[in-house]
Structures are given as structure tokens and as C-alpha cells.
Ligand binder design. Sequence first.
Ligand code: ZN
Length: 161
Amino acid sequence: MDLIPSFSIDHTRLIPGIYESRVDTVGQDFVTTFDVRVKQPNAEPAMAPAAMHTMEHVIAMYLRNHPVWADKLVYWGPMGCLTGFYMIVKGRPAPQELYPILLEAFQYLSDFTGDVPGAKPENCGNYLLHDLPMAKWEAKKYVQYLETADRSRIFTYPIQE
Ligand SMILES: [Zn+2]
């Protein structure tokens, strides 16, 4: 079997960022999957499952209520490797177009107070697996990263030669 495109990325040269990982067509329309990479794979500790779970909930709520992006968002969810999130959107926007909304979303999470949305047994498959303080810490760190990172590197995946 061929490696699917996202596995041909050289993960040893990959830095955190916002990357187009695949583009699908559904009828006449594009559906684009982005890797919202928060951690450098295999080079720093991945996120804790409870923190990621809370990040999934709070950021999903933010994006699904956003005046512009609510309608464009297909899916927001965690990567199994715990180094980032998948963001699937309608159309084929450039990763640079996602940058401001993701900055806002992670900033929103870093300032979040109150109950984690949807973290009740009726709404969530593992409602005890949440860690808001750690989710906020990770979000703040990622905001700082995105604000200071080299813009020539955080939107283009290094491909394996
Ligand atoms: Zn949940």
C-alpha cells in the first residue's frame, strides 16, 4: 500500500504550524484538511490526553459559534499522536487565512473561565477526562509560538525527498 500523503511529510523536520494536509473533492466542492500542529513531533513532549480533550471542546465551541467560520467548519478534532488537531473546512483556503481565526481561538481558550462546554456525562464520552488549567497553559504557549514563529516556515510542510 502507498503511504497516504500526510505520512510522506518529513516529521523530523516539521515544526509546529498550520499546514494543508489533504484536499478532497465532494461533488464540485473542495474539502480541505489542515494539520494544526501544536507540538514538534518526537522532539518535545506531546500534550496530555485530558488537556487535549478540553482543547477539543473549547475550541470546537469557539469555531462552531464564529460568525464567519461556523459555516465553513466541517470538523475540529484531536490527532491520535497528541501533537495537534485536525481542522477540516469547506473550500480550499490557504493556511494563512486560518492563522487569524486560530490565533483568536487559542487566545479565547487561554483566557477561558467557567465550566468546560459539553463536559457533562450526557454530552461527552469521557467527561472526567478534562484538564482546563493545562489546556489553557498549552493554548497560551501556542499563541506565543504562532505570534513569534517564522511565517515562512509555519505554513509549508517539509516533504520527504
Ligand atoms: Zn468530550
